[in-house]
Design a protein around this ligand. Structure first.
Ligand code: NIG
Ligand code: FE
Length: 410
């Protein structure tokens, strides 16, 4: 698809094909009065001033802000049922321990693949309408070979059916199902699930919930090492409930990311920085659970590239809006709007292995972008909970646009 987008009041984007860390994370390109030329779904040119005259469809951003499409690198968006009772129990003082995962496991086991697809479809459309053009989705609520495969097949179908890039992650090691002894479940994951997942090409990454009450560092090392042998890159739910040394394991394995990090130690941070592991921060989860926020500033100071994700799931975080998460990042993690945008675009793209394709607006990358009802970047975190996306473009095509805004040039 060829397209010219003119009349961009301000174009804000990180630059590059890899994650940005330290002070670079907040150094974005800001172009006033800009235009973008798209050829065959990819960015051909980004310029300022008068746009070229081209015989292709033209869109006018009417002075609005344009950024790359947002990338959500950590979600559990495929699930059945809700956990409203658990949510309300926490408002009366209960603490989240992860035990509720098995409630969702029962609901997912009872659902068909078709049902999982139909339940997730509107959720992903809402994310698209908030500006998300790439989303990672994990399995992990099946915990039998058939049910894990069912989830991953549903994820694949969603990726074919919707105008978003969907990146699948195998999370068989999310929790221990009640019906099997611990060692037997791990054996099932590595001996049966992983080979099947790899054979059907159903996942790109392998994740493990390495935390207090869940998988130990040794168990996670085994699962992730075997996953890698099957071609799945490792990533980790790390130190969310307690510091169990999961960040150190992420560094040792040179995982793409270590996610959550609410309780990461100073040594864990240093190791992440040395190994170039991206820290995926999920402040929506800390907000929902009333837990302390992860040490974002110290991670950035330590040199860890920081990404942001929603963690959208039925238990610890029913938030699916990345702009809302960016508001939390600015208000509660101390990120600047520039750092937050980089975290939700280029750094998140690196986490899902797509930094060469998406995450910034520069020639060669896919034309994934958002025209926002804003004139400067700071408005995105400032208008908390507003839905500011006017037009969402995926690979050069309008994937969604709000009814009140017509981008037709006058
Ligand atoms: O990232 N921490 C583990 N997994 C999810 C929560 C899953 C659930 O509670 O259903 C998370 O927070
Ligand atoms: Fe998670």
């Amino acid at each position: 698809m060829d397209l010219l987008i003119q009349g961009i009041g301000q174009l804000v984007t990180p630059l590059g094909k890899g994650p940005l860390s330290g002070s670079d994370q907040g150094r974005l390109q800001v172009l006033d009065d800009a235009y973008i030329v798209v050829r065959e779904g990819r960015i051909a040119e980004v310029g300022q001033g008068s746009p070229p005259r081209l015989p292709c469809p033209t869109m006018d951003a009417q002075g609005r802000l344009v950024t790359p499409g947002l990338v959500d690198p950590h979600t559990h968006a495929v699930f059945a049922g809700t956990r409203v009772a658990e949510f309300l129990a926490r408002t009366r003082g209960d603490r989240y321990t992860g035990g509720g995962i098995l409630t969702t496991v029962a609901a997912v086991r009872a659902a068909s693949e078709d049902e999982l697809v139909e339940l997730a479809r509107p959720r992903l459309l809402r994310m698209l309408q908030e500006g998300t053009t790439t989303v990672e989705i994990k399995s992990g609520y099946g915990l039998t070979t058939e049910d894990e495969l069912k989830m991953l097949r549903a994820i694949r179908r969603l990726s074919e059916a919707l105008p978003l890039t969907v990146v699948p992650t195998f999370l068989g090691a999310h929790a221990f199902p009640g019906e099997l002894p611990r060692e037997e479940y791990i054996e099932l994951v590595v001996e049966e699930m992983l080979p099947q997942v790899a054979k059907e090409g159903l996942a790109r990454f392998c994740d493990v919930f390495c935390d207090r009450g869940f998988f130990t560092v040794e168990e996670a090392r085994l699962v992730l090492t075997r996953g890698r042998e099957h071609g799945l890159s490792p990533k980790l739910h790390a130190d969310e409930l307690a510091d169990v040394g999961a960040a150190g394991l992420a560094a040792e394995l040179k995982a793409v990311s270590a996610d959550h990090l609410l309780h990461v130690s100073d040594r864990g941070m240093e190791k992440l920085a040395e190994a170039g592991v991206v820290g995926v921060l999920l402040p929506g989860t800390a907000f929902v659970l009333s837990e302390p926020y992860p040490p974002a500033r110290r991670l950035i100071q330590a040199g860890v590239p920081v990404a942001l994700g929603t963690d959208f799931n039925p238990g610890s975080c029913p938030i699916s809006s990345l702009p809302l998460v960016m508001s939390l990042a600015v208000l509660r993690l101390g990120l600047s709007p520039e750092e937050a945008l980089c975290a939700a675009t280029l750094n998140a793209a690196a986490v899902v292995g797509l930094a060469e394709e998406v995450g910034s607006l520069e020639p060669g990358k896919l034309a994934d972008l958002v025209i926002w009802d804003a004139h400067e970047l700071g408005e995105l975190p400032y208008f908390i909970g507003h839905r500011l996306a006017l037009v969402v473009v995926k690979a050069g095509e309008v994937a969604w646009r709000t009814s009140g805004f017509s981008p037709t040039p006058s």
